[in-house]
Design a protein around this ligand. Structure first.
Ligand SMILES: [Zn+2]
Length: 194
């Protein structure tokens, strides 16, 4: 398993960042971005002379995620993407994952649009709400994903099935050329330009 993941920093709240779990034992499961990590590293070095490793101490793993962030910034909404198996999909957006109690409150606002989306990996259905231009889903602690994860919401253009939720890292990944040697497309999903 990688030391890093992409998501929302538990310290500063910035999304789409490379995260590493907090160096403090008491902070188990807390994820931190490079910026917050560096601040704490400096603070600890000067105040208690305590050593915290560099955020990028596993350079290879770090660089893989850095490439993923660059690719994720190229994703366009709404737009049509072609899957390498020749089916077409429309991207809708990147939902913000909020705690269940906040989701229930937001859901009561007027002009909210709500629908279900199926998680591509677990097959579970999750409720999505749209407020103005932003999509939201929830983290109730039992979900396949967590509040730190980045998901993409998209819809197939060949059937009337409900939208899909998929980890963004999978959506932007490259085609496995060992498994699919005859496929010409580089990425799993590619933007259709017209
Ligand atoms: Zn941060």
């Amino acid at each position: 398993m990688s030391l890093y993941e992409i998501g929302k920093c538990d310290y500063c709240g910035e999304g789409n960042r490379i995260l590493r779990s907090s160096p403090f034992m008491a902070d188990m499961g807390v994820m931190m971005c490079e910026h917050c990590w560096n601040d704490i590293q400096k603070e600890y070095a000067s105040s208690n002379g305590e050593y915290i490793p560099d955020f990028k101490s596993k350079k290879d793993e770090y660089n893989i995620l850095l490439d993923q962030i660059k690719d994720s910034k190229k994703i366009v909404f709404p737009a049509i993407y072609k899957h390498f198996k020749n089916k077409y999909y429309a991207t809708m957006g990147i939902p913000i994952i909020i705690p269940m109690d906040k989701f229930i409150t937001l859901e009561k606002h007027p002009n909210i649009i709500s629908f279900n989306a199926e998680h591509t990996e677990s097959g579970e259905l999750y409720k999505i709400i749209k407020n103005k231009k932003q999509f939201y889903t929830y983290d109730d602690g039992y979900n396949t994903y967590t509040g730190n994860e980045q998901l993409i919401l998209y819809k197939s253009l060949y059937d009337g099935y409900c939208p899909y939720l998929r980890p963004l890292s999978m959506f932007i990944s490259k085609v496995d050329k060992i498994k699919y040697p005859t496929v010409k497309q580089k990425y799993r999903f590619e933007l259709i330009k017209y």
